[in-house]
Design a protein around this ligand. Structure first.
Ligand code: VGL
Ligand code: ZN
Length: 197
């Protein structure tokens, strides 16, 4: 097991840890609640080193194009301002976490936290060169965020223990992980992260 040394170019990127994506939510991801504790552990590590922590959220209007009533693939979920769109209650987001709201216009969906947001500019403004991506869901928003992060030139670490998949088709999460790694993302175990450079 090789240690990952965090340095001042690192940032944590927490994807869509929202009530509607937890079991019992409008679009509940199996095991979604299990990633809260590992993510809280990472939050502590990154915060202790003064590293920026970003949290994206799906922030849809009521008539969003991804909803079934509009011809989309999903039940209504993460409607902006509703309890289902809130961050998971147990998620220990620091007060200075940078919240990135996405897919907030009716006509456009965005699985990626980079899609239609200023995330790339915000990362660059802070001198970030490497992101650690965790959250929900592996096969949608995590996959698309990681693909964009790599295309934007950020080194990208993945913590599979701290993500879960929707798995509409069995194996989607596994395949998404394989695709991210094939594109250059580096999977690491939770216990490998945290040493100061
Ligand atoms: C997501 C489906 C629909 C996600 C968002 O956060 O992965 N999945 N909207
Ligand atoms: Zn959505």
């Amino acid at each position: 097991m090789s240690a990952i040394h965090l340095d001042k170019q690192d940032a944590l990127l927490i994807i869509d840890m929202q009530v509607d994506f937890l079991p019992g939510g409008a679009l509940g991801v199996a095991g979604g609640h299990e990633v809260v504790a590992p993510i809280n552990h990472l939050i502590e590590l990154y915060q202790a080193q003064g590293l920026p922590i970003f949290a994206s959220r799906d922030w849809h209007p009521q008539d969003h194009c991804s909803f079934a009533a509009q011809g989309g693939p999903w039940p209504p979920h993460c409607v902006a301002g509703t309890p289902g769109a809130a961050f998971a209650a147990e998620l220990a987001l620091p007060d200075d976490a940078i919240v990135i709201s996405k897919a907030d216009t009716a006509a456009v969906d965005a699985y990626s936290a980079f899609g239609g947001t200023d995330l790339a500019a915000q990362l660059r403004a802070r001198g970030v060169e490497r992101v650690t991506v965790v959250g929900l869901a592996t096969d949608y928003c995590v996959l698309n965020t990681v693909t964009d992060a790599l295309e934007e030139g950020f080194d990208t670490l993945l913590v599979p223990e701290a993500m879960r998949a929707v798995d509409v088709n069995p194996g989607d999460g596994r395949r998404a992980l394989d695709r991210m790694v094939a594109r250059g993302a580096v999977p690491v175990r939770l216990g490998e992260i945290g040493m100061v450079a």
